[in-house]
Design a protein around this ligand. Sequence first.
Ligand SMILES: Nc1ncnc2c1ncn2[C@@H]1O[C@H](COP(=O)(O)OP(=O)(O)OP(=O)(O)O)[C@@H](O)[C@H]1O
Length: 286
Amino acid sequence: MQQFSFDMIWESFTKFDLPMIRIKDVIEMCLIAFAIYQLLKWIRGTRAWTLFKGMIIIFIVFFLASVLKLHTILWVFRNTINVGIIALVIVFQPELRSALEQLGRRDFVSTFMIFDDDNKERITLQSIEELIKAINQMSKYKTGALIVIEREVGLGEYERTGIPIHADISSELLINIFEHNTPLHDGAVIIRHNQIVAATCYLPLSDNMSLSKELGTRHRAAVGITEVSDSVVIIISEETGKISMAMGGNIIRNVDSDYLRNKLAYQKKTADIKKFKLWKGRQKDG
Ligand SMILES: Nc1ncnc2c1ncn2[C@@H]1O[C@H](COP(=O)(O)OP(=O)(O)OP(=O)(O)O)[C@@H](O)[C@H]1O
């Protein structure tokens, strides 16, 4: 029987022709990993995230078609891929432009310091109560308001059109922001986690022809932002004081505070469950 010794193992190791890994290669790998991480982080903060998830599904279909040798599907893929890439560049031209602009004005020190913001707390019940309090008050006095609550899809590009606030949610602050004839009352407020991050933000207007003609630009802007993101928007009409809520490109008019409270608490609950599942998944991976 053949005897194995440490020398034999070492000899077989040294005979195995491993490619030389130099310091330069390690640095290169780190830079590529960092670039991919930053790209994914940026995609998560834009509506390109939905597209990215769609592309993963297309890739899985392509992979299955290759394995199962489904020639017609492969033929369709081969003949549409070039047009598809050009179409993507055209459709996501605003996002690509803003990504390049961001790259140009990026503070590289903070880029290296900032990692995942998953640990930031989602909107709390206390913040929801502050919101409801402000909404009731503004509705009572017919103060027009447009409040966007960010969820999974980041609203950074719309936040940048406004004035940064970065303050905890309080009913007093919200009422003050939307007070008539004050510098911050125009446009929308964006809420992320438990903070009012910006005011006077400009939102994309919906061109949905089926929206009621009674609805002006405030309501159209509310629907518009929910068409390009998964945000929840609350609108208070300056004309009637009525409260509406927009979500997924739809608007529900004349809602009361109980309805709002339930909807917001439900959104929070589903976000918490999702976060818990993700956390459990990471625990298992770890
Ligand atoms: N694209 C936009 N992004 C953010 N806010 C907007 C946008 N367009 C309009 N607004 C806000 O809506 C206000 C104008 O509301 P307008 O009267 O046209 O709408 P409305 O839907 O009829 O609302 P209301 O019932 O309050 O009158 C503007 O002063 C501004 O604050």
